[in-house]
Write a protein that binds this ligand. Structure first.
Ligand SMILES: *Cc1c(COP(=O)(O)O)cnc(C)c1O
Length: 347
C-alpha cells in the first residue's frame, strides 16, 4: 500500500499561512506597538473594532489571553464570574481566572446545544451579603466548542445579557469562533456582539492566521485592558509582523468558513452511517464534529490514527474532528473511505 497522506482534523488551529498571507506579513509596515506606533497593529485593531461594532480593540497573543485580560479588566480580585459548565474558560485555560486573576468561576449548566437555563443564571447572580463574592461577570461562548460548535441563538444571548445587565453584571463573549457563528447564521458579527460589553475572537483558528486574538469593547474598557495585557507580558513591539496576517485574515478568510461548515456536514453524514458512530448529522452547525464511539473506542482511536486520520479524543468514547482551510471535499471523502475500511475490518 502506498504511504497515505495524514489528514489532520484535530483542530482548525493547525492551518498554515498561505503564500498571499506570508506576503502580507513580509510587506507590513511596523513600529513599536507598546508606544502605539505600529501602523499594522492599529489597522488590525481598527478593523476588528469595526467588525464587532465596538469602539476599540486590543491585539493579544491568544484566545486564552483574551479571556484572561477580559476577566481581569471586568473583575476585581475576589469577584465571581459565571461561566458555562462546558466552557473553554472552565476546561482549557489552566485555571487562569483563579491562579492569575484571583477570580472565582461559578459554572452554570450548558445543555447539549450550549444554552443556559436563564432561571439558573438568574439564581447564580448573588445579592448583597457580607459572606458573598460580588458577581461581576457572565461569560458566554459562541460558537460553543464542547457542544459541537453549536451556534448560540441571538435571542438567547440577548435574554441572558439583559438579565445580567439588570443586576449590574457585565457580559463577555468568548467568540473564539464568532465568525463561524456569523457565517452560519448569515448575521454580521457586530449583531452577535451587540448585547455584550466585550468580545474576543481568534485569528489563529478558521481564519488561518499563525498567531493572535483580538479583544474588543468600549474605549475605556480597552484602555484598561491594554494595561492588563502589559502586566501579563503581552505588550509586543513590532507586532505588525503578526498582525498583518490578522488583517489579511479578516479581509480574505471569513467568507470561506462556509466551506468548512459544508465539509463538516459532509463528514457528519458519512460518519453517522457507521454502526460504531453515534452522531446526529442534523446538529452540525459549524466546523466541529463531535461524536461518540460504540464498542472498543480506544482501539478505534488507535486504528484511526494508524490509518492517517488525526482527531482529538474528547473524553470517554467521545472524539472531535474539525474542518479547516487545509481540508477539501476530496479529503473528507478520503477520511470516510478510511473509516469505512476500519469499520469493515472490525466485523
Ligand atoms: C481555542 C479557544 C480558546 C483559546 O484560544 P487559544 O488561542 O488556543 O488560547 C478560547 N475559547 C474557545 C471557545 C476556543 O475554542
Amino acid at each position: 500500500m502506498p504511504e497515505r497522506r495524514v489528514i489532520d482534523l484535530r483542530s482548525d488551529t493547525v492551518t498554515l499561512p498561505s503564500e498571499a498571507m506570508r506576503r502580507a506579513i513580509a510587506e507590513a509596515p511596523v513600529g513599536d506597538d507598546v508606544l502605539g506606533e505600529d501602523p499594522t497593529v492599529i489597522q488590525l485593531e481598527e478593523t476588528a473594532a469595526e467588525r464587532t461594532g465596538k469602539e476599540a480593540a486590543l491585539f493579544v497573543t491568544s484566545g486564552t489571553m483574551s479571556n484572561l485580560v477580559a476577566i481581569m479588566t471586568h473583575c476585581d480580585r475576589g469577584d465571581e464570574a459565571i461561566v458555562g459548565g462546558e466552557s473553554h474558560i472552565l476546561h482549557y485555560e489552566v485555571a487562569s481566572a483563579a491562579a492569575v486573576a484571583g477570580v472565582q468561576l461559578r459554572a452554570a449548566t450548558n445543555d447539549a446545544r450550549g444554552r443556559f437555563d436563564p432561571a439558573e443564571v438568574r439564581s447564580l447572580i448573588r445579592g448583597e451579603n457580607v459572606h458573598f463574592p460580588r458577581t461581576a461577570l457572565l461569560c458566554l461562548e459562541n460558537t460553543q466548542n464542547r457542544c459541537g460548535g453549536a451556534v448560540i441563538a441571538q435571542e438567547h444571548v440577548e435574554e441572558l445579557a439583559a438579565l445580567a445587565h439588570e443586576r449590574g453584571v457585565r457580559v463577555h463573549i468568548d467568540g473564539a469562533r464568532i465568525f463561524n457563528a456569523a457565517v452560519a447564521q448569515g448575521l454580521p458579527v457586530a449583531t452577535l456582539a451587540a448585547p455584550a460589553d466585550s468580545i474576543g475572537f481568534c485569528l489563529s483558528k478558521g481564519l488561518g492566521a499563525p498567531v493572535g486574538s483580538v479583544l474588543c469593547g468600549d474605549a475605556g474598557f480597552i484602555a484598561r485592558a491594554r494595561k492588563v495585557r502589559k502586566m501579563l507580558g503581552g505588550g509586543m513591539r513590532q507586532a505588525g509582523v503578526i498582525a498583518a496576517a490578522g488583517v489579511y485574515a479578516l479581509e480574505h478568510m471569513v467568507g470561506r468558513l462556509a466551506e468548512d461548515h459544508e465539509h463538516a456536514r459532509q463528514l457528519a453524514r458519512g460518519l453517522a452511517q457507521l454502526p460504531m458512530v453515534e452522531l446526529d448529522p442534523l446538529r452540525i452547525e459549524t466546523n466541529i464534529v463531535i461524536f461518540r464511539v460504540r464498542g472498543d473506542w480506544q482501539e478505534f482511536a488507535r486504528a484511526l490514527q494508524a490509518a492517517g486520520v488525526l482527531a482529538s479524543v474528547y473524553g470517554e468514547r467521545t472524539m472531535r474532528m474539525v474542518t479547516h482551510d487545509g481540508i477539501d471535499r476530496a479529503d473528507i471523502d478520503d477520511v470516510l473511505a478510511r473509516v469505512r475500511d476500519l469499520a469493515a475490518s472490525r466485523v
